[in-house]
Design a protein around this ligand. Sequence first.
Ligand SMILES: Nc1ncnc2c1ncn2[C@@H]1O[C@H](COP(=O)(O)OP(=O)(O)OP(=O)(O)O)[C@@H](O)[C@H]1O
Length: 200
Amino acid sequence: CDVKSLTARDHVGIQDFVLLDETTEAAFLSNLKKRFCKDLIYTYIGTLLVSVNPYKELDIYNKKQMDLYMGVNFFELPPHIYALADNAYHTMLTEFNNHFILISGESGAGKTEASKKILQYYAVSCPSTTLLNTVRDKMLMSNPVLEAFGNAKTLKNDNSSRFGKYMDIQFDSQVRISSQIQSVPEMHFKELLQKRKTES
Ligand SMILES: Nc1ncnc2c1ncn2[C@@H]1O[C@H](COP(=O)(O)OP(=O)(O)OP(=O)(O)O)[C@@H](O)[C@H]1O
């Protein structure tokens, strides 16, 4: 799947809601539906990304796709979680400051999966060394461990996270992943965010 075919594929509805003529909920949903029917689960609202859970494996999360989005201008290619991750990484490099990716949605919306895609993207796209690969592997492998203890089957989601997650990825001066994730129960969430705010 090359850049040309990818761009051509995404002329379904409008790929950025900012360009939607009619600003009604019906028009919003109709655009989402039109795109979803063609397996286009991502749509931008400016720099926000709206994602609809496809509940099936789509061939859009692989090394080829990651390579496509690496270092490419945010709006140059069709909306994708990799574009969002790449944009945060490159903005961090140019602005020399911290960045948050906030993922929200109802239970079963696909938040956990989205966070895994972002971690996988960084694991593949960030420069690394053998030593740092250990950190990267730990980062990726920590998810199943956390899920084993903190997830449960609910009516809405067979693999529902029953705890809030705060992931902190730190980069060294050569912008390689140098340290890994922190994850906390939901009740400590606000406290932790407040602490981080005061620190920065
Ligand atoms: N991008 C995706 N592609 C394919 N399947 C997906 C995707 N996102 C989510 N799913 C499917 O939907 C299920 C629920 O997603 P996920 O656990 O990420 O939801 P969640 O928003 O984290 O829910 P909760 O708040 O209950 O933890 C996943 O187990 C997976 O089967």
